[in-house]
Design a protein around this ligand. Structure first.
Ligand SMILES: [Zn+2]
Length: 228
């Protein structure tokens, strides 16, 4: 994701659900997210460490790319492709290609380009060729658009922890915000997408690719999500 806090806002519940299912989950933040009105690099690093601890993820890396002027450059693509070749993720979640924040739009294109480069042979990129099977796009809270997602993950058992992780970003989501700020927006969106799948809370994801199921039996378990 482009900025520390984007992963928590858009995918915090899904990260927790994946961890509860026994999977390894990591986050790569592309920039440090600064400057912002109430943040400093030090404050952001502390907030990120706290949120990371709450999520209980396996690793978190910051690539230190330029905030506010993030681009889908060849240099950035090579750096990210190198990490993909070394970490070998099966699933990547990044921003939607359509977003009102230019850094998010750049991040989305950068991730898709790096995913492709990661499988190249005859290259001096670190690691070995790897092609993640699926890239999912997660909407942020900036673009007020409601498009039909390909899938919504039931995050009901993890909603409280997701909100704790989001609230760890005090300088970004709490400080200087009045009622109806981003924390409330995150809750309302999760409740809406939960309603859409007959659950309490959900997170929506989009894909350019058709989602295939190896185990169609899961379609009979939609009313019986694994408990955390
Ligand atoms: Zn962001």
């Amino acid at each position: 994701m482009a900025h520390p806090d984007d992963a928590e806002i858009s995918t915090g519940g899904t990260i927790l659900a994946l961890k509860a299912a026994g999977l390894k989950v990591g986050v790569i933040d592309l920039t440090n997210g600064e400057p912002t009105p109430f943040g400093t690099p030090e404050i952001r690093a502390r907030e990120t460490a706290k949120a990371t601890q709450i999520l209980g993820i396996d690793f978190r890396i910051n690539l230190g790319l330029p905030n506010r002027s993030l681009t889908n450059s060849l240099e950035a693509r090579a750096i990210l492709a190198g990490w993909i070749r070394q970490l070998k993720p099966k699933l990547i979640i990044t921003h939607c290609p359509e977003d009102s924040h230019p850094d998010h739009v750049s991040a989305s294109a950068l991730v898709e380009g790096a995913r492709f480069w990661a499988k190249l042979s005859k290259t001096d990129l670190p690691g070995t060729p790897h092609h993640p099977a699926l890239v999912l796009f997660a909407p942020s809270i900036h673009l007020r658009q409601v498009a039909k997602p390909e899938v919504v993950i039931n995050i009901t058992p993890h909603m409280e922890t997701k909100m704790a992780a989001c609230s760890a970003y005090h300088s970004q989501l709490v400080q200087g915000r009045e009622m109806g700020g981003p924390i409330e927006d995150i809750e309302i969106q999760a409740r809406y997408w939960g309603w859409a799948i007959q659950k309490r809370f959900g997170e929506p994801f989009y894909s350019r690719e058709v989602l295939g199921l190896n185990h169609p039996g899961v379609l009979t378990q939609l009313d019986d999500p694994p408990s955390s």
